[in-house]
Ligand binder design. Sequence first.
Ligand code: NAD
Length: 336
Amino acid sequence: MSQRAVVVTGAAGFIGSHVSRALVARGERVVGIDNFDPYYERALKERNAAETRGLADRIGSERRESAKGGSFALVEADITDARAMDELFAQERVVGVIHLAAKAGVRPSIADPVGYAHANVTGTSVLLEAARKVGVERMVVASSSSVYGNNPKTPFSEEDAVEHPISPYAATKRACELICDTHHYLTKMPTACLRFFTVFGPGQRPDLAIRLFMQRIARGEAITMFGDGSMSRDFTFIDDIVAGVLAAYDRIPSFGYRVWNLGHDHPVRLDEMIRTIERVVGKRAAITRAEPSAGDVERTWADLSRARRELDYAPGTAFEEGVARQWAWLREAGLA
Ligand code: NAD
């Protein structure tokens, strides 16, 4: 009988493809789900999935003798399709779920609150139900630092009130946390919600500032800086996020329901971020200024005490080093 599967939703996306590769590398049988949401180019997602498949093939040929896994299959499906999810969960004998699929942008959520609620809130509810029906042992769900809204207290702690998210996207993420908490109360299925703080590195989503700015600066095009440059983000390198996701997946059964911040604890101002990209790319930026966009929070900064203590989470990638690695990847991939 085949090994039980770990489902990764959003497996063709930025974080999902990195998490899938890390799971494959440690011998898991990964079944990815992605609907190739048109928010950004399908080709980029195909490339992510192909890289994961390539890794699984290499590992597979090295371990031909071994009975244990390290495989990857991607199913093109929508997580809001309850029938498809129920069937897939039953067929694949799912042991755990890492749920990263979502409509992910903050600004576009203001124009499409219904679409965001459907994909993020209904989608999460469908997956929890599919998981409950087949007795999944554990689930990890992507939340976001945006749930803190314009929290005046820094750094942001999991103990802080999160009652005033300021974008529909952030509200859907907070709603998912509450739904997971209730689901855990009723079913006892161990469930972790991870508040990611702006993730960057190779494969970063093309709508996010670092990638967008790198490409524009390299081409000599102007970049738009929202506000006076004092907005700040606790940028977190993808490898650190992946380590946190795997630790949460492994340890959640001892906690039941738990929320963890996964950030860097080193906020970077927007103007500093631009200077770092200029140094790495080796070109000056032409900057156009614009008013901050509604829905954008002023700052994010993760208090990592809980994640350090309970997950041994130790983000080790300095901002400039991460930016240099992202730039090297962008060039190698022929995207800049
Ligand atoms: P991404 O857009 O690259 O990946 C998400 C994937 O989910 C995409 O490939 C998309 O096609 C898929 N998807 C969307 N709707 C779907 C649906 N209905 N059914 C199946 N698949 C669907 O985004 P990402 O940056 O990798 O983000 C992953 C998760 O982390 C998301 O839940 C996001 O909200 C969260 N998050 C990301 C960041 C960040 O900085 N990247 C920060 C905080 C939270």
